[in-house]
Ligand binder design. Structure first.
Ligand code: UN1
Length: 495
């Protein structure tokens, strides 16, 4: 008998083994012969049960005062803080990102919990002047009901937390379906909420495929809202299906984020931004700097500096402190990256560095791809248009600022964009004209702070922003209240 565990679902406050009998192996992408656990491919009936439980738990959770819900969230935050080493190691082992990045991701989750828990004492409505005498109009924010959360593998702690925390704080109950290839971090998150004392049924976890569990969450009429992060293809299906039964939908999907470098920029800073933005998290983030758009006059210098910076960039096991970049998350993702490298070569982009899978020695048992730099990429090429989700940077040379903005905007996505310049006027023009949900001036397009809204436009985003106070636009309904204390029937205009 193998001692490798199959993780369990968490339904109604109990850890329950799936009855499906079907599992998929969760392997370490840096050592593919290391199976970390098995993920159950749960049945639709198990998802239905979790949804029924979330529905049953809703009335009492809704009537729990928001400051009390916030107190539990503060407890969960302290527990995550205590367990940070353990959760970070699990994250690196199952997702592959380096330990520093894993800890950074967990710190971001902690910041989100801190910010969101404090909202328990705010969650404000507004008072509105009435045109009538002795009439009081105000609004309150109420939860929307049982919510389905479908989350990706690339930020398996921060993204679930930035959905679970505001969902629960606002008084909703949750059915959480994590990616099947990052089950251990999902389990550790739910254990923390359990240990913090969240009541049974308020947060439920069901492992399984998109086609069974995701499909049930999206189509079940007892789910009143779905928040999804992942691919455009899946997100668009989630949107069209969930909206059929009037569920509220929020989707955060792909990106093809530009990092523009103008000829007056601090090039050292720009190179650091491009490397961190393009190769950080192995390029597996929707905010990755996958296109470096540079003015012709400085392009040769910038490219030389990037090549030099890549010289000592160490690929390897994310658990080792000297590693700068970990593996791709799985074989599938690695093959996608290698396919796009071939596409780039086929399109006659100039491959300057990288481009290959690493297979020798330490790399023999992992999904390692070299950090890859293409130059002379045209804005219309597929490698400049499509999301690769891997360590591939495309340099696009343009004649001036206007051409840079046109190239930056000339993609279907609209998540994040960076501009490196010291020209305030150009910086502000870019802020005005970039077709994205967030702009970074003189810093890479990745990341975001807990108290600031996060999300994109165009093919990237559907529904309200995540994080910041704007997150409650999704997780609450506004109720408008009219209190008439005249004691008289209305005269005159009646609306
Ligand atoms: C970040 O870079 O801030 O799936 C995180 C994603 C995004 C999160 C990006 N929704 O990569």
């Amino acid at each position: 008998m193998s001692s490798i565990q199959t993780v369990k679902n968490y339904i109604n406050g109990k850890w329950i083994a799936s009855s499906s009998g079907k599992t998929t192996a969760n392997t370490n992408p840096a050592h593919t012969d290391e199976v970390l656990c098995y993920t159950p491919l749960s049945t639709k009936e198990e998802a239905q049960e979790a949804i029924a439980v979330a529905k049953a738990a809703f009335p009492s959770w809704k009537s729990t005062p928001a400051p009390q819900r916030g107190k539990l969230l503060f407890k969960a935050m302290h527990l995550l803080q205590e367990r940070i080493e353990d959760v970070a190691a699990a994250l690196t082992k199952e997702e592959g990102k380096i330990l520093r990045e894993a800890k950074g991701e967990i710190q971001r989750a902690l910041n989100i919990m801190e910010y969101t828990a404090g909202e328990g004492r705010r969650l404000k409505g507004s008072t509105i002047p009435s045109e009538l005498p002795n009439t009081f109009i105000y609004t309150i924010r109420q939860p929307i009901g049982p919510i389905g959360l479908i989350t990706p593998w690339n930020f398996p702690v921060a993204i679930p937390i930035w959905k679970i925390a505001p969902a629960l704080l606002a008084g909703n109950t949750v059915v959480f379906k994590p990616a099947t290839i990052t089950p251990i971090t999902a389990q550790k998150i739910v254990e923390i909420f359990e240990a913090a004392g969240f009541p049974a049924g308020v947060l439920n976890l069901v492992y399984g495929s998109g086609s069974a569990i995701g499909d049930e969450i999206v189509n079940n009429h007892n789910i009143h809202g779905v928040s999804f992060t992942g691919s455009c293809e899946v997100g668009n299906t989630v949107y069209s299906q969930a909206s059929r039964h009037n569920a509220r939908v929020q989707c955060e999907m792909g990106g093809k984020n530009p990092l523009i470098v103008l000829n007056d920029a601090d090039l050292k800073l720009a190179v650091e931004g491009a490397i961190q933005g393009g190769f950080g998290s192995t390029g597996q983030r929707c905010t990755a700097a996958s296109r470096v758009i540079v003015e012709d006059s400085i392009a040769d210098t910038l490219v030389d500096m990037m090549l030099m910076r890549m010289e000592n960039f160490k690929v390897g096991d994310g658990m080792k402190p000297e590693t700068d970049m970990g593996p791709c998350v799985d074989e599938n993702q690695m093959n996608t990256v290698l396919k796009y490298i071939d596409i780039g070569k086929g399109e006659n982009a100039r491959l300057l560095k990288g481009g290959k899978r690493l297979t020798e020695g330490l790399y023999a048992k992992g999904y390692f791809v070299e950090p890859t730099l293409f130059d002379y990429v045209l804005p219309t090429m597929r490698i400049a248009q499509e999301e690769i989700f891997g360590p591939v940077i495309s340099v696009i040379r343009v004649k001036d600022f206007e051409a840079a903005v046109a190239a930056a905007n000339g993609v279907q996505f609209g998540l994040s964009a960076s501009l490196y310049t010291n020209d305030l006027s150009k910086a502000m023009k870019f802020v005005d004209n970039a077709d994205v949900g967030k702009v970074h001036v003189n810093s890479p397009p990745i990341g975001g702070e807990a108290q600031a809204p996060f999300g994109g436009i165009k093919a990237t985003g559907i529904g309200p922003r995540e994080c910041g106070s704007e997150t409650f636009e999704f997780y609450t309904e506004i109720k408008t209240v009219y209190v008439d204390y005249t004691g008289k029937k209305r005269e005159g205009n009646i609306y």
